[in-house]
Design a protein around this ligand. Sequence first.
Ligand code: ADP
Length: 635
Amino acid sequence: MTTEQVEEKEFQTETQKMLDLMINSIYTNQEIFLRELIANASDAIDKVKFQSLTETDILEGDSDFEIWLDIDEANNVFIIEDNGIGMTYDEVVENIGTIAQSGSQMFIEKLQKQEAEKEDAVNLIGQFGVGFYSSFMVAEKVTLITRAPKQDSGVKWESTGDGTYTIEEIDKAKRGTTIKLHLREDFTSDGDEIDLTKQHNIERLVKKYSNYVEYPIKMKFKEEDEEGEVQTEVKTLNTMKPLWTRNKNEIEDEEYNEFYKEVFKDWNEPLEVIHSQVEGLVKYSTLLFIPQQAPANIFAEDFNQGLRLYSKNNFVMDNCQQLLPDYLRFVRGLVDSPDFTLNLSRETLQNDKQLKIISKNLKKAVLKQLKSMLADESEQYKQFWNEFGQLIKSGINTNYGSEQEELVDLLVFPSSHSEGKLITLAEYVERMEEEQEVIYYVTGEDEQTVEKLPQMELLQEKGLEVLYFFDEIDEFAIDSLREYEGIEFKSVLRGDLDLEDEEQDTELDEDEAAELLTAIEENLENKVDEVRLSKRLKSSAVCLVSGDMGMSMSMEKVLQRMDKNMGQAQRILEINPQHELFNKLETIYNHQGNSEELAEYSELLYSLASLIEGFTPEDPVKFSDKITELMVKAD
Ligand code: ADP
């Protein structure tokens, strides 16, 4: 029974303030109004559906839950209709005339504070879920017609957002809510991307923001056929397949793969899928994918791929980087949480407590998956490691403490004993020799290069396993790690190896050689920090090593390539006392002292050792002249 009485009411002051802001705002993201209205419609359907579980007659035969969009082009009106729970007269006054929602309340508080502080009000809207009122960003007048289940009459509410609204009872046959937006001129201009009288624009917005809303969002498309007759075709604009809300056990691998390829635009299937639904302190579903291949720009500074956020199937934001640590930036996927407000902004994200908890959980889930891949699917892990290992190492390099600990067990390296396979640090430690106290590693280009390094000779003879570091970042990561399970890392190319060579009679040499070494050191004063007898060389004559502390020579090279001049690594020239060349040096010194010849020999020794390390001799011409000279002299 309708009373046919139109009442004019005033908006609550706060509501009006918000509306003013909405209308006058130059907020650029007006298109989100559609997401807000569709989200409300979907919520309303949820409610009636839920209620119908206990009150079977509530649906009144209308149980095909749908959201309809329509455009009245002649009158510049956009229409959205749902068969949800609707509202009674009192509910309209309560819900639409006043601001009771917490999100809106916060919005108002912030607004008042802002007025006091004369801050810029532009993006305020973007930070809060202000739902229904966002209609006024695109409409000069909004009409809402609604009827709750089992009511005799419906309610019509109308406002131009200028302080008052009218409300009256009317007849409405169907349950649910219809909202008519009388569009502002800016949203009807032809050819504009946000011309809301154009169906393709509406379709685009639905796909962007509401693709996974679980009820069909339908629209009648009118098209002229060849004879000029107008045909109508009903299209469902959303795909409605929020895979992440479904029970894991009922989803086929193929469905995950297809979803991934379609949504994240990848040709390849994902290497791994992580799907979890969490109910607890925070509530969220997540669907994460580890791709097979890294995108080409993954190391670019402006790489900004992140996760997608949804709130109850409504799109909130793309490329949200706050959810995973930087070193996991290769992970694709989405998180859906009812705790995210629809208008979550990048600024408010920083302080979002829920988000922090979720992000912690996501990191854990990804690392756990990687660990189980490493344990159970070594081929797959190898593929992963080739693509993304560097990122994990960068995570070790840029974090410390427990953050670092979480990543250590993901590290794998080739080694002198692994026959091309990659081994974990745990595996290395497990098969260490009884008296071995450190984890040996060597840096270099590839297997062939490092296996031939003079510095490897003694270790090779003793059969000690050496990890191979072929990635530039390896030594940096290990350097910041320092130790594994209390065992220190030791570069074969640095410091003293502290290894006893049974075949070597060093004591005698050292005493006899002390003066000679000092002489050579003087000759190479600006080049090396120390000259000493080598305990690691077997058949080679000389090598360069760096000190235990500070930068290594390979680090120096990396930094140089990156144009970061951090100075030089400490250089120690080691001479093999067992080598014939050493006898020659002794002979020269014993006969002539520190002569010109010894000076030349010193230079040559240094150049040779540098060459092995991959440094060019300082004066290549002089170096080759000297070698030529020696070759001519030789019998
Ligand atoms: P929010 O959606 O954040 O609660 P809104 O301003 O969008 O804030 O809506 C206020 C209230 O109006 C909603 O909580 C709901 O009760 C009611 N409402 C809005 N749209 C609809 C609709 N389509 N059907 C039924 N109720 C609605």
